[in-house]
Design a protein around this ligand. Structure first.
Ligand code: HEC
Length: 121
């Protein structure tokens, strides 16, 4: 009986902690190629966009050696899974006038996988 209760409790915790979309970092790594034209995952290496090394948990516009838009500098955002999902889906909606010229990842599963991959970097 005790075991049953603890299994049930575990199942409830797992169920409530499961995101709506199961995320797949390996798939996200492939999908990241659309970002890689502009973003490196090496710290200190900025291309057209800023390096995304360690981006999760980083405040927006935090790299001293990258010239961000005023919109990004004033956004007050911190990059977590939620803000990243919104930004890569519709950058101009989350940060109006951002200089990231990217149409957005239209597919929610693709976006979730890219964010999961970034979380491993
Ligand atoms: C055409 C080039 C380009 C592409 C493609 C692109 N970005 Fe960007 N990205 C930028 C630029 C430029 C900025 C700086 C935006 C600003 O200052 O407003 C930026 C900013 C960002 C930031 C904010 C970083 C920070 O330090 O605050 C994140 C996060 C980001 N991009 C993620 C992505 C992801 C994930 C993808 C792929 C799904 C992607 N970008 C695709 C050019 C690009």
């Amino acid at each position: 009986m005790k075991a049953t209760i603890s299994i049930m409790a575990t199942a409830i915790v797992l169920a409530s902690g499961t995101p709506i979309l199961a995320q797949d970092a390996a798939r996200g790594e492939d999908l990241f190629q659309v970002c890689a034209a502009c973003h490196s995952l090496t710290a200190g290496e900025n291309i057209i966009g800023p390096s995304l090394a360690g981006v999760i948990g980083r405040p927006a516009a935090d790299l001293a050696d990258f010239e961000y838009s005023d919109a990004m500098k004033g956004s007050g955002l911190t990059w977590d899974e939620e803000t990243l999902l919104l930004y890569i889906a519709e950058a101009q909606v989350l940060v109006p006038d951002t200089s990231m010229a990217f149409p957005g990842v239209g597919d929610a599963q693709d976006a979730a996988d890219i964010v999961e991959f970034l979380a491993t970097q």
